[in-house]
Write a protein of this length. Structure first.
Length: 211
């Protein structure tokens, strides 16, 4: 995609993760100042949502983030096909169209990760609060490793029979949108498992019901 900001500057692709951080900075005060007071009116919970509800909402938002990324890739590939731009290094489509998916990811992090830290700190045995809070961050590291494994497996499977696969070096000839939809599907299945487990959880303290 076109990485230009003005005529003489190109934004590095990796720097788009900045919008994830900006999104977290935006959604954190919005959650505290607006979402919680509004949620209290419906849930009658002092925190607005229980920790399990908060994490569940974050998981749902992350699904929509993957769907948004997939839809954008469909639009991009349609442009490539229409203009026969398969071998072009960049197409005339701004890279900033990716910002919405980063904003959704940041929103999901505010709900999921902060809710997760609150859950471990509040529900863990007093002597294990620090350990459990640290273990919650371990899931991020494990997720990164699993993502690498998933990409490798998908590339290997989809390259069979001489096909370029979903994630070739030239993405114009691939189907990165399929990969995003796969992530959305896995996220949905993960959410179903989460619901099944969370419904059976009993809070250590009276912080409200999970559902």
């Amino acid at each position: 995609m076109d990485q230009h900001m003005g005529k003489n500057f190109e934004i590095p692709s990796a720097s788009l993760s900045l919008f994830d951080t900006v999104s977290v900075l935006f959604w954190t005060p919005v959650y505290d100042q607006f979402i919680i007071p509004l949620a209290r009116k419906f849930t009658r919970n002092e925190r607005g949502f229980t920790q399990l509800q908060r994490m569940g909402i974050g998981l749902v938002v992350s699904i929509f983030a993957m769907i948004t990324a997939g839809v954008l890739e469909v639009v991009r590939l349609d442009y490539v096909k229409t203009h026969n731009a398969y071998d072009q290094k960049q197409i005339h489509m701004s890279i900033f169209w990716q910002i919405p998916q980063y904003l959704l990811i940041g929103c999901a992090e505010v709900f999921t990760f902060i809710g997760q830290l609150e859950f471990f700190y509040d529900q863990a045995p007093d002597a294990m609060r620090s350990l459990c809070s640290a273990l919650s961050l371990t899931t991020v590291a494990l997720g990164n490793y699993l993502s690498t494994v998933l990409v490798t497996v998908v590339m290997k499977i989809t390259k069979k029979n001489g096909k370029p696969g979903w994630i070739p070096d030239n993405l114009n000839r691939g189907h990165l949108d399929y990969f995003f939809y796969l992530l959305a599907t896995l996220s949905f299945l993960n959410f179903l498992v989460y619901l099944w487990i969370s419904k059976r959880y009993k809070y250590k303290k009276a912080v409200g019901r999970a559902h």
